[in-house]
Design a binder for this molecule. Structure first.
Ligand code: MN
Length: 486
């Protein structure tokens, strides 16, 4: 199981008795957090009292591949020059928990001994200064550790830390390259490796075709049974569905053998495949594999990362594309979909397997899952490469039920409203350089994305109910200016 290390700050001046109490209180907090937070082990690492013990604890966390984050707590005052080297060596996301062993002050008995033992208010500021002075991106959470609000904040930090851990070890397979002439889906893969740890490599589609050709009829039969159990078979063209079943089996094998978390394909490079992978890709997305169409490796990677962040939460997360609008005044809504590849995570109705012609690509009619989308508050998130930096754009959106049935539309779809209004929201996204591809999630919030951007030191712009288009453009100009000064 992945671990979060808990490091407590103190110093030698207090004497052994106090340090023993500090360690006991730290263990008590760890035990409580560990019981309340699932999916990760929160373990007490050390009470640090000087330069050497800080370095030792931070190196231990940095070197442990199972450690996804570090929580630090200043029980007492901890002169922060001693933290300098340790923090410089720390490579894991950092949470500064500004809490106390006690909730209430013991008004009747409080004396100077109590004050010296319980001085987060004091020690947390000294430590915070050093983090700021070192330019360390961290999350600061203030609150009594047994309060539900505090626990919820820590859980969110751990969700983001887990996503960052995945990012650092993320493998993306690109079948084919970026779609010819398309700009926003492209990017600097070397820089992605340096900044986020993504290992993005190209494979010939022939490598996948080889696996497709090895799939046996009995494997396809078993897959078809799965499909019939989960979906409504709304087609007579069973051969086309069996073809996609082969793609799914081959993709599954390719991706699991190579430990890939995400992949891309492009309809311009399908030699040896009869259809554009549709149903097969949708099935992979349902398994939290990131996907980017047209060679969009950034969205594929972001999809895997945000799916990891959303793990265990209610809501849907997946690859999405802004397709077309309803411009009816006051009722404006975005219709989001793709040629085929919409994650069944978004389904509000039981998906139907259908086979229809595809206008682009000149291949056989592909099978796909068709369904109506979920409703609720969400975010649309994309990452672009501006040449000297990456930028994440995050828009608050409201997913809505489609106003009317669309009986002729042969793809899955979701619909959403922009904030603060359609014209401002769309213009802001375009001014920011936002892509037509995004990851949409009803499980994540702007705060989650903000924390991810902060901890990965990525530029972020947010579009929400408070966005003013003039101020927004000024913000973009300022960000350009700042990036040139860096
Ligand atoms: Mn697309």
């Amino acid at each position: 199981m992945k671990k979060v290390y808990f490091i407590t700050g103190s110093q030698d001046l207090y004497g052994e008795e106090v340090l023993k109490q500090v360690a006991n209180d730290s263990r008590e907090i760890c035990k409580y957090l560990d019981e309340k937070i699932d999916g990760v082990e929160i373990s007490y690492c050390a009470t640090v009292r000087d330069d050497a013990s800080c370095v030792e604890a931070c190196l231990k966390a940095s070197n442990d591949k199972d450690c996804i984050a570090v929580i630090t707590w200043m029980h007492t005052f901890s002169p922060a020059k001693m933290w300098t080297k340790g923090l410089q060596l720390l490579t894991k996301p950092l949470l500064h928990l500004h809490t106390q062993a006690n909730e209430k002050l013991p008004y009747d008995t409080i004396d100077m001994d109590f004050m010296n033992l319980n001085q987060t208010a004091h020690g947390g500021r000294e430590y915070g200064f050093m983090c700021t002075r070192l330019g360390i991106k961290r999350e600061v959470i203030v609150g009594y550790y047994r309060h539900t609000e505090t626990i919820e904040k820590i859980k969110k930090f751990i969700d983001v830390a887990r996503a960052i851990d995945l990012s650092k070890n993320l493998n993306v397979a690109m079948f084919g390259s970026n779609m010819r002439e398309v700009s926003v889906t492209d990017g600097d893969r070397v820089e992605s490796r340096i900044k986020y740890g993504w290992n993005v490599n190209y494979y010939g589609i022939g490598d996948l075709v080889d696996l497709v050709n090895k799939v046996t009829e009995s494997e396809v039969d078993a897959k078809m049974d799965e499909y019939r159990k989960e979906y409504i078979m709304n087609t007579d063209n069973i051969d086309a569905v069996r073809e996609q079943a082969k793609y799914e089996i081959a993709l599954d094998k390719f991706l699991s053998d190579g430990k890939f978390n995400a992949f891309t394909d492009t309809f311009q490079d399908l030699h040896g495949l009869k259809q554009l992978p549709g149903l097969a890709v949708q099935r992979m997305m349902a398994k939290r594999i990131g996907f980017g169409a047209e060679g969009d490796y950034k969205t594929a990677a972001l999809g895997a990362i945000l799916a990891e962040m959303a793990k265990g939460r209610d809501g849907s997360t997946g690859f999405m594309e802004d397709y077309t609008y309803d411009f009816t005044k006051g009722e404006e809504v975005v219709l989001g979909s793709h040629m085929l590849e919409v994650s069944p995570d978004f389904a509000s109705t039981q998906p139907k397997i259908e086979v229809h012609p595809l206008g682009i690509g000149g291949k056989s009619d592909p099978a796909r899952l068709v369904f109506d989308g979920v409703a609720g508050d969400g975010v649309a998130v994309c990452m672009i490469d501006l040449g000297n930096r990456f930028r994440i754009i995050c828009a608050k959106i409201e997913l809505v039920k489609q106003p009317e049935p669309m009986p002729k539309l042969p793809v899955a779809r979701i619909m959403w409203k922009l904030k603060p209004d359609h014209a401002t929201g769309a213009a802001a996204w375009i001014y920011a350089g936002g892509a037509h591809h995004a990851v949409v999630s009803t499980a994540l919030t702007v705060d989650d994305i903000r924390m991810f951007a902060k901890l990965t030191d990525t530029e972020l712009v947010v579009i929400d109910e408070n966005t003013d288009i003039a101020k927004f453009q000024t913000e973009l100009e300022m960000l350009d200016l700042v990036s040139r000064l860096k």
